[in-house]
Design a protein around this ligand. Structure first.
Ligand SMILES: [Zn+2]
Length: 201
């Protein structure tokens, strides 16, 4: 009987919040304009999948059949004033969503980032992946933190920005390993859990 009661409670949990997503393909024209690479949409998908895993069942990200139907839309845009990415809120079929602009050209992100990326192509992929991860965190409703260890840390607090990316870079030996290392801190994960346990979600 105890087991049956436990199962009943387990089944009363919230259904996963569904986030259909759409990611712009990196066409050759877009590559010239923004510095995106053909594999960048996959890095963005890995970032969304990382949040889904961290949510432990609260979030479900699925590929949308159309851009219009997507709650999360990711675009590759030209560099501008050392801005890594931006997230703009959207309302999609009555639900909160976001348009994410990622700037994948390291040459526009300051001399230290550019020089490190030029020596180390994997560092460049790490910057693009972590930018997608940070911006999609905003898309799911996470605000900035002042804790350097968090992916949601804001560069407005200063600190060693190259190290923000390098600490992750040291954990991977190949691009493919990015898929296994989320880059989400324990406190990022706790904040996400708190957000999706709210009754209005
Ligand atoms: Zn941010």
């Amino acid at each position: 009987m105890k087991l049956a009661a436990w199962l009943l409670i387990a089944c009363a949990c919230h259904a996963a919040e569904s986030y259909p997503y759409w990611i712009a393909p990196c066409t050759s024209q877009l590559a010239r304009e923004s510095g995106c690479e053909s594999g960048d949409p996959e890095l963005a998908e890995w970032a969304l999948a990382a949040w889904q895993r961290a949510s432990q069942g609260s979030l479900a990200v699925t590929k949308s059949a159309s851009e219009e139907g997507a709650r999360i839309r990711i675009y590759w845009v030209p560099g501008n004033q050392r801005l890594y990415g931006e997230t703009h809120p959207l309302l999609v079929n009555g639900k909160p969503g976001a348009a994410i602009h990622v700037r994948p050209d390291l040459a526009q992100l300051g001399p230290d980032i550019e020089a490190t990326g030029r020596k180390d192509p994997l560092f460049r992929h790490v910057v693009v992946y972590l930018t997608c991860l940070h911006e999609s965190g905003h898309a799911f409703g996470l605000p900035h933190t002042a804790q350097f260890d968090d992916i949601m840390y804001s560069f407005a607090y200063g600190g060693d920005i190259v190290e923000y990316f390098m600490r992750y870079r040291r954990r991977v030996e190949s691009r493919n390993q990015i898929r296994q290392h989320s880059g989400i801190s324990a406190s990022d994960q706790q904040r996400l859990a708190a957000l999706f346990s709210l009754p209005h979600r």
